[in-house]
Design a protein around this ligand. Structure first.
Ligand code: ZN
Ligand code: FE
Length: 257
């Protein structure tokens, strides 16, 4: 029951992921940011695409679907509630659905906020979480469609997964996320060490992903909205509803330069 994961950057800062179930030889792409880049990664590995797991309807996550379907005849899984916005979905998923790739099962978790129907894929045996634009390293996606309450609740639920869970997000935004995180949480030693580390990694073109959930719990301000230090940073009284603190953090990030 082994799973191999191939990571590559495409478009400008999108992460492409191929997930390969060794037992059966089945391979899924997590989202379809760029058909050419996905095809090239498949050819490098000698894999053929059987499935695509879509997280949300944004162009930079779905644009490659038609070309990949034509080339491989693959099965496309994605969120039921965004089916009208995504061309070519075959399997409709919602919270607590399972998406299957050969002998590997992915639990579907709803994570609304960036888009209302955004889902993430969690593989519990190896401990892999494909979070796309719901959860980044040291950040979260811009809240285009959702409200702070449900977005915070979904992230608080993801935070309950094991600390060793490896997070594979949708974009390489880590360095700029770290700058914002340090602006609101300047005296967090774990954050300051991680911020310096990811800067060095990006200077050498090393991917900052995957990152463990344990690391994110210590360094991601959005996962710490229920800690007094975050309310204080937002100028809110201690005991403020974490969803309100979360909303204030998201707004501060939107305005951060
Ligand atoms: Zn997006
Ligand atoms: Fe995106």
């Amino acid at each position: 029951m082994a799973l191999l994961i191939d990571i590559f950057l495409c478009r400008t800062d999108n992460y492409g992921y191929l997930v390969h179930d060794v037992d059966t030889g089945k391979t899924a792409a997590i989202d379809a940011p760029d058909a050419k880049a996905i095809k090239a990664a498949l050819e490098r590995r000698g894999w053929t695409l059987s499935d695509i797991f879509i997280t949300h309807h944004h162009t930079d996550h779905v644009e490659g679907i038609p070309a990949l379907k034509r080339e491989y005849g693959c099965t496309v899984h994605g969120p039921r509630s965004e089916a009208e916005k995504i061309l070519g979905l075959d399997m409709l998923l919602s919270g607590s659905s399972t998406a299957t790739l050969g002998n590997t099962n992915f639990l579907v978790i709803e994570a609304p906020g960036h888009t209302l129907g955004h889902i993430v894929y969690y593989e519990p045996v190896g401990g892999h979480l494909f979070s796309a634009d719901a959860l980044f390293s040291m950040g979260v996606g811009r809240m285009f469609e959702g409200k702070p309450g449900p977005m915070w609740e979904a992230l608080a639920e993801l935070r309950e997964l094991p600390d060793e869970t490896l997070i594979y997000c949708g974009h390489e935004y880590t360095v700029s996320n770290a700058a914002f995180a340090q602006s609101v949480d300047p005296r967090n030693p774990a954050l300051n060490i991680r911020a310096a580390e990811v800067k060095r990694m990006r200077e050498k073109d090393i991917f900052t992903i995957p990152v463990s959930l344990g690391m994110e719990k210590r360094t991601n301000p959005f996962l710490r909205a229920d800690e007094p230090v975050m309310a204080r940073a937002m100028g809110l009284p201690e005991g403020t509803d974490p969803a309100v603190v979360f909303g204030a953090l998201r707004k501060a990030k939107d305005e951060f330069k």
